[in-house]
Design a protein around this ligand. Structure first.
Ligand code: ZN
Length: 157
């Protein structure tokens, strides 16, 4: 397992649509482990595989309520909308106010190939929507109603 370099906005591959995983093999497990190490090392809420240069449909999220790994994640229902501040490891300079669904029903595969389905709300729902956007080549800055420049120490300017 290792912490990987996080690609920054402007890198063309961040704008590509990611490919589904057709077989969960050792390589996929290694990507998942590296994603978790990388997310944890930055104390981030989530990470998508394209951010470490892998254009595959894999995301990890942990908004403080426990780690969730999802392979080929799909949102099948969504409800309500709310605006909140968002950031991204691939967009170091800005945070932004983004409208997201408040509640989503999401499906995907675990690393053992088990299909899981669950309802996610609030920050967990926001994180999953943000990470799935990465799989479509979408960054939060595309959706943000307002952007705020942040300094190196993470404070708003
Ligand atoms: Zn992001």
């Amino acid at each position: 397992m290792s912490v990987r370099k996080v690609l920054q906005a402007g890198t063309p591959s961040l704008r590509e649509k990611s490919e589904p995983i057709t077989k969960i093999n050792k390589q996929v497990i290694k990507i998942l482990d590296d994603m978790i190490d990388t997310m944890d090392s930055y104390d981030a809420v989530g990470l998508a595989a394209p951010q470490i240069g892998v254009n595959k449909r894999i995301i990890v999220v942990n908004p403080g309520t426990g780690l969730i790994e999802l392979i080929n994640p799909v949102i099948t229902k969504c409800e309500g909308e709310y605006l909140d501040r968002e950031g991204c490891l691939s967009v170091e300079k800005y945070q932004g106010d983004v409208v997201r669904y408040q509640s989503i029903f999401v499906e995907g595969l675990t690393r053992t190939g088990k299909r899981i389905r669950f309802t996610a709300k609030d920050l967990l729902a926001r994180a999953i929507q943000h990470e799935i956007d990465h799989l479509e080549g979408i960054l939060f800055v595309d959706r943000a109603l307002a952007l705020f420049e942040i300094q190196q120490n993470g404070e708003e300017v």
